[in-house]
Design a protein. Sequence first.
Length: 243
Amino acid sequence: MKDRINGPVRVRFAPSPTGHLHIGSLRTALFNYLFARHYKGEFLLRIEDTDRERSKAEYTDSILASLSWVDIQADKPMVIQSDQIRRHQEVFEKLVAEGKAYKCYCTQDDLKKRAGDELFFKYDGACRSRDDQPDMPYVIRFKLPDFQEISFDDLIRGDVTIPRDQLDDFIIVRSDGNPMYNFVVVVDDADMRITQVIRGEDHISNTPKQILLYQACGYTVPQFAHIPLILGPSGNRLSKRDG
């Protein structure tokens, strides 16, 4: 793997304070921390607390205590995602102004009617060319550029390719004005100058969307590594509910 690592290393662990840290997340933190130490790089910590309803300060304290228990310390001051809201807004407004994202006024009823009996309905781009601005709630969708497929070199899995027809114009900002995970994580990782994103393989479906956002924003795309999940006795992945 060493010859695939480009330049100085800076990785991050980015838990959400919506529960106590479980063993799978702690393992991800260890992978990132040891990776940084092996390559004489930096390990950063970001608390992703934009889920305002479920995020609690007590869980942040619990996460920090768990990391301390395994002697993991960040090399820079901890970043709180909710502190970056103005920055997130600045970026998504720029994407809209550049025509790389757009306001979508489709209601849930609209989408259900158009989906019909389809189990996996993809947004049909109905608002892509809409130039009126009715006085009604809207989300902001990312406008997929023209491409046949998107590929990346996963440091663990090797070449991964996703065809365009598996994606649609996905939502980056909710109707309440709060940005979505795939958007904020790209802005934050770019601002923190993260070079490798090491995380569970359950995130691999997010990677093509994030790569497209990196490119649209003019950011350098980091390297990705998706590690296998830890499964419980039932064969299901461990979650915060499992402790």
